[in-house]
Design a protein. Structure first.
Length: 213
């Protein structure tokens, strides 16, 4: 068979995993990873693109000044978070710097990854162009009271600040409206793991279907 006649292998099934802040996305992603599934996490990539020496960091300093930097030149995430969640214009400015870089690196990592299927973790998938890069959307869901409790415990935020953060994100209804699959993460870890295990089997079957002639 000539190179022109070869049929390219289908791209892996790509699952976009999303959910509100402190909904348990990382916990769910770790459970898929335990099944040997490649995880591409845009939160991790977001940290990578602002490491010292990266162009994005210079651009952030140019627009936001030294107040959002630590003494060692690294980004002061707490200061930046406080600033952008108090000022929507500043938040949009930061997004314009970071999002194109994050999207490009996400696709690069996904293209390089193997696996029966892939999970791409995108907290703001509802608003992201990465929606066009995934085959199915999995929403990790919990009620807002649970989100706030987890956020207060995890990040030591004040409740007013926690509510401001939630207000900047897509609503629960908006996330559920784009979902192909939902994991309810209000209960214990055993319940969440059981849901992940079932979806893992379903995604394997879907991926096999894509590979079948």
């Amino acid at each position: 068979m000539s190179s022109d006649e070869r049929i390219a292998a289908p791209a892996p099934l790509r699952i976009g995993l999303t959910g509100g802040i402190a909904s348990g996305k990382s916990t769910v992603a770790d459970m898929f990873a335990a099944h040997g599934i490649p995880i591409i996490d845009t939160d991790v990539i977001a940290r990578q693109v602002v490491t010292p020496g990266q162009p994005a960091l210079d651009e952030i300093r140019r627009f936001f000044g030294d107040a959002v930097f630590d003494e060692d030149g690294s980004l002061d995430r707490a200061a930046m978070r406080k600033l952008i969640f108090a000022d929507s214009g500043r938040r949009r400015q930061l997004e314009s710097i970071l999002h194109p870089r994050i999207q490009q690196e996400t696709i690069r990592q996904a293209d390089a990854a193997n696996g029966d299927y892939q999970v791409i973790v995108v907290p703001l998938l509802t608003e992201s162009r990465l929606r066009d890069a995934v085959d199915r959307i999995l929403v990790v869901d919990c009620d807002q009271k649970t989100q706030i409790q987890r956020l207060l415990a995890r990040d030591a935020e004040s409740e007013p600040q926690a509510r401001r953060i939630l207000a900047t994100q897509a609503s629960r209804d908006e996330r559920l409206a784009i979902a192909d699959d939902v994991i309810n993460n209000d209960a214990d870890l055993a319940s969440t793991r059981s849901q992940v295990d079932k979806l893992h089997q379903a995604y394997l079957a879907l991926a096999q279907g894509l590979r079948s002639p």
